[in-house]
Design a protein around this ligand. Structure first.
Ligand SMILES: C[S@@+](CC[C@H](N)C(=O)[O-])C[C@H]1O[C@@H](n2cnc3c(N)ncnc32)[C@H](O)[C@@H]1O
Length: 258
C-alpha cells in the first residue's frame, strides 16, 4: 500500500468486526490476572524478552515510540526504560489500558484505540512496537499497513511474538507445556469460561513462521526485516525498516493524540 493511501477501514466486514469484539472482550476479562499469569507461566522470561527488544532497537533518548496492542503496558515501560524519548501506548481493551495507566503513572500516555485504525497523523513516530499482539489482530495485514502509515521514513517496527521452536525434541517438550499445562493453569487462575488460555496455543500454531511474517511485513510496505530468535525459537523479534525515501504524504484529518 503506498504511504499516502487512505487508512484501512476499521472492522470492514462483519466477521472481522465480530472477531475484534470477541478479542477485546476476552482481554478485558482477563486483564486483572494478565500480568501475574504472564510472569508465572513464562518464569519471568517475558520480562527478559521485552528488555532485549528495547536493547535491539538501540534507542537514543530522542525517539517517539508507539507501543500498539500495549495491553497492561509492560513493553511500553520497557521502551521508556530502554531509552525512548516519548512513549505512547494504545490498545482496544480498556480494562488493560486502565492497568497500564496505573503502572506507568504520567510517564506514558495511553489511549484506547484499534491498531487497524490509529488516531494519529501519518509519519508521527520513529519507532512502533507490538508485543504478543499481532497474533491477535482481527486483520493483521491491515494492522501492519496502519503501523507503516504512522511511522516516519527511516522508522522501525518491532514485533515481539511467540514462534515455533525449530528443534523437534525441544519443540515436543515445549508443546506439552504450552498446549496442556499452560491452558490448565491459565484458565483456572483467570476463571477461564471463554478459554483465553486455550486460545493462546491455538493462535500461536496458526501464526506464520519468521519467513512468512517477514513477507507479510514487506507486503505492507516495509523494506529490510531483521529477525532474532529467542529462547530456542519459542519467540522471535522482527525489526522491519521503513525505507528512507517515501512519496510526499497526505495528512489524515484525524485528531492528533500524543
Ligand atoms: C497478549 S496481549 C499483549 C499485551 C502487551 N503488549 C504485552 O507485551 O504484554 C495482546 C493485546 O493486544 C490487544 N489487541 C488485539 N487486537 C487489537 C487491536 N486490533 N487493536 C488494539 N489492541 C488489540 C489486546 O486487547 C491485548 O491487550
Amino acid at each position: 500500500m503506498p504511504h499516502h493511501a487512505p487508512p484501512p477501514l476499521r472492522f470492514d466486514d462483519e466477521r472481522t468486526r465480530k472477531r475484534g469484539r470477541r478479542i477485546a472482550t476476552m482481554f478485558d476479562r482477563i486483564a486483572p490476572t494478565y500480568d501475574l499469569l504472564n510472569h508465572l507461566l513464562s518464569g519471568n522470561t517475558d520480562v527478559r524478552w521485552r528488555k532485549k527488544a528495547a536493547r535491539l532497537l538501540d534507542l537514543q533518548g530522542t525517539e517517539r515510540v508507539l507501543d500498539a496492542c500495549c495491553g497492561t503496558g509492560d513493553l511500553s515501560v520497557a521502551m521508556l526504560d530502554g531509552g525512548a524519548g516519548v512513549v505512547t501506548g494504545t490498545d482496544f481493551a480498556s480494562a488493560m489500558i486502565d492497568i497500564a495507566k496505573e503502572k506507568a503513572g504520567d510517564r506514558i500516555r495511553f489511549h484506547v484505540a484499534d491498531t487497524t485504525a490509529l488516531p494519529f497523523e501519518d509519519a508521527s513516530f520513529d519507532v512502533a512496537t507490538i508485543g504478543f499482539g499481532v497474533r491477535n489482530l482481527e486483520d493483521m495485514d491491515a494492522g501492519f499497513r496502519e503501523i507503516r502509515r504512522v511511522l516516519k521514513p527511516g522508522g522501525r517496527f518491532m514485533v515481539l511474538e511467540f514462534s515455533r521452536p525449530p528443534n523437534p525434541l525441544f519443540r515436543g517438550v515445549y508443546y506439552t507445556y504450552f498446549m496442556i499445562v499452560l491452558p490448565m493453569i491459565g484458565n483456572l487462575v483467570s476463571g477461564g469460561s471463554d478459554n483465553a488460555y486455550t486460545y493462546l496455543p491455538r493462535s500461536v500454531m496458526a501464526f506464520p513462521g519468521p519467513n512468512a511474517l517477514t513477507k507479510r511485513l514487506q507486503d505492507a510496505g516495509f523494506g529490510q526485516v531483521d529477525v532474532t530468535s529467542l529462547t530456542g525459537g519459542i519467540a522471535c523479534i522482527h525489526i522491519a525498516h521503513v525505507p528512507d525515501q517515501v512519496p510526499p504524504q497526505r495528512r489524515r484529518g484525524t485528531e492528533r493524540l500524543q
